[in-house]
Design a protein around this ligand. Structure first.
Ligand code: CMP
Length: 137
């Protein structure tokens, strides 16, 4: 059993597809162990994506992630990290396989609907960034 962090990004929240995205997780064996909707500050988004600080897209990424509310969730299930990444599809929706969340709901590499932890180690760090232990059921 693994836990991973998922973020439904501002583009998908604005489009009104929170429920459709959550359905992808629940229909594929990922349980919602925690969830909340929030507005990230520039400082919070900057800290969350600190690993990308030197990348040319960092500024736009922080800008985009603070452009509206997001939904953050802890997904739990067998092989949750890899399963979530499979369900999301490639980072660039143009390269994402048909039937994946990004292929179906995302517009561009910036507005790409969802974020998911890329390893079990980062999942633990990202989950702790957003959730206290008692908020995860
Ligand atoms: P995410 O999984 O949230 O992790 C970092 C985000 O940076 C990524 O999704 C994309 O939305 C965004 N991004 C923008 N440009 C790039 C790029 N060239 N390569 C990777 N990620 C990018």
């Amino acid at each position: 059993m693994q836990q991973t962090l998922s973020i439904i990004k501002p583009d998908a929240v604005k489009k009104g597809v929170i429920g459709k995205i959550i359905d992808r997780f629940e229909s594929n064996g990922l349980r919602i162990a925690a969830a909340k909707k929030l507005q990230l500050s520039q400082a919070e988004a900057g800290k969350f994506y600190e690993v990308h600080k030197e990348r040319p897209f960092y500024g736009e990424l922080v800008e985009f992630m603070t452009s509206g509310p997001v939904v953050v969730m802890v997904l739990e299930g067998e092989n949750a990290v890899a399963k979530n990444r499979d369900l999301m599809g490639a980072t660039d929706p143009k390269k994402a396989e048909k039937g994946t969340i990004r292929a179906d709901f995302a517009e561009s590499i910036d507005a790409n609907a969802v974020h998911g932890s890329d390893s079990l180690e980062n999942a633990a760090i990202e989950i702790a960034f957003f959730f206290a232990k008692k908020e995860i059921c």
